[in-house]
Ligand binder design. Sequence first.
Ligand SMILES: CC(=O)N[C@H]1[C@@H](OP(=O)(O)OP(=O)(O)OC[C@H]2O[C@@H](n3ccc(=O)[nH]c3=O)[C@H](O)[C@@H]2O)O[C@H](CO)[C@@H](O)[C@@H]1O[C@H](C)C(=O)N[C@@H](C)C(=O)N[C@H](CCC(=O)O)C(=O)O
Ligand SMILES: Nc1ncnc2c1ncn2[C@@H]1O[C@H](COP(=O)(O)OP(=O)(O)OP(=O)(O)O)[C@@H](O)[C@H]1O
Ligand SMILES: N[C@H](CCC[C@H](N)C(=O)O)C(=O)O
Ligand SMILES: [Mg+2]
Length: 508
Amino acid sequence: MLPISHCTLLIDLPSALNPSAISLSALLPAVTVRGQHGPADVFVTSLTLDSRQAGPGTVFFALRGTAADGHQFIAKAVEQGAAVIVCEELPAELNPATTHVQVPDSAEAMASMAAEFYGHPSRQLQLVGITGTNGKTTCATMLHKLFRELGYHCGLLSTVQNQIDEEVIPSTHTTPDAIRLNELLARMVKAGCTHVFMEVSSHAVVQHRITGLHFAGGIFTNLTHDHLDYHGTFDAYLKAKKGFFDQLPKSAFALTNADDKRGPVMLQNVPGRREAYSMRGNGAFRGKLIENAVHGLHLEVDGREVQFRLIGVFNAYNLLAIYGAAVLLGEDPTEVLTVLSGLTSAPGRFEPVVSEKARITGIVDYAHTPDALENVLQTIADIRQHSQQVITVVGCGGNRDGAKRPIMARLAAQLSSRAVLTSDNPRFEDPNDILAQMQAGVPAEAQGKVLTIADRREAIKTAVALAGPGDIVLVAGKGHENYQEIKGVKTDFDDKQVLQQMFDLLGK
Ligand SMILES: CC(=O)N[C@H]1[C@@H](OP(=O)(O)OP(=O)(O)OC[C@H]2O[C@@H](n3ccc(=O)[nH]c3=O)[C@H](O)[C@@H]2O)O[C@H](CO)[C@@H](O)[C@@H]1O[C@H](C)C(=O)N[C@@H](C)C(=O)N[C@H](CCC(=O)O)C(=O)O
Ligand SMILES: Nc1ncnc2c1ncn2[C@@H]1O[C@H](COP(=O)(O)OP(=O)(O)OP(=O)(O)O)[C@@H](O)[C@H]1O
Ligand SMILES: N[C@H](CCC[C@H](N)C(=O)O)C(=O)O
Ligand SMILES: [Mg+2]
């Protein structure tokens, strides 16, 4: 283990960390350029993908989006004084005051140029990416906590928040866009970070948000149903996740889940070290379940018995992935397990909100996919006593994969004593349409157990009202989120707070 003072000495920061001005020509070496119209020796002071942020000294990247085509906004960016336009198709008229660079893929060019602009911060860090349908935030957050405890300065890029050591920087995406990403990594380098743990979403891979980054390692958690609205097919979703592993450098390790059906395929084209973790004895990092109880998991990890604070067999996989990655990064296995055993999970992941008075256990969890919901309900079934009822409150996000809706409602109905279907960020959809699609999945014999209440506060209130002494109320889908998003407006809403308020209001 390196003491922090020693770690900071290892970092020799280039001037590029604060690239107040850099010549366009210096940003282009890694970019395939189809045509350049205007000088390359213009000075660039910022990069943007949003015409509204463009101004003198800016490079504006025209990206083809899902809702709009950035090429429509080139004129606006030029009007605002942008120094450079990077685009796939040139506008009919070229303003001579602006250099236009034509490329085959603007998103790819943006990622390469952003890495160059910020001085390739990823090359100065041990950057570890985590991909998979579920468990990314849990693994990234706990790796960050672990390496902090081991004495390192480190960064975190996650759904919940970004962090530089203990400094919290709000996050808008699971994986930020390439400009923001490189900017954050450069700040982390500047702050003396040696390690960064980041989530790699499938959207990020497809949209080239991670192109040009130098990873020290990649971790795969699992692949189940999500985001089919965006990727179209499960195969395309799998390819997106695999795209991350395919681009790892030879120096990087790739750590996969050997027990997941898609685990081995992730390693297929990996040029460097290939490793696996398993609860079935199939990898270098092996775990065995001794007990999954309300006070935590008791596991055997590589022959050592360890008690952890996390609950649920799915978390045994997360713990093995974290342990394996830490060992592959050169840490001592015993020290890793000692620290890991004391750590708690990420916010909003199986987080209890307990009413001592009424003896009701509330659990707030971010399960927003069928697999996650099933795992969490199965975990509750494993740890509960037979006399306890489980009342589940769950909704499905608007403008997201609609195919998840009937499945999640069916699981909630079948695996709970009672289920209350409700809203979870309806976004631009009608909440009642989403609920109707959810209800369609509830089997006839389970209809009697299910209530539908669109207002999430009322739904939680009803679940608490239905709960008696000893019962468990699971509020799923929003976890750490502190808002409800309706028609583009986010209003304050925090499941943990609302649960507590309902215990108080109902005198429970
Ligand atoms: C589906 C998706 O990934 N959308 C992302 C995408 O937006 P988009 O393609 O819809 O953009 P658009 O509105 O069509 O606009 C196209 C381009 O025109 C530009 N524009 C637009 C208007 C204007 O006046 N001027 C202008 O220049 C936009 O900046 C954009 O570059 O590019 C934007 C800029 O990077 C992202 O903010 C946006 O994320 C949206 C908000 C989003 O909700 N994304 C989610 C689905 C997402 O990315 N999730 C993943 C995974 C979640 C997980 O499983 O954890 C994540 O990594 O967060
Ligand atoms: N390894 C796992 N396997 C299956 N389900 C899991 C696993 N880890 C966590 N979960 C479930 O998935 C939920 C989300 O976990 P987490 O936030 O760690 O995943 P994520 O991959 O970051 O999700 P997102 O795609 O939204 O960023 C948890 O609240 C839990 O219900
Ligand atoms: N990363 C996921 C999070 C979903 C969380 C859920 N609360 C919702 O809003 O659907 C997404 O953006 O699809
Ligand atoms: Mg996440």
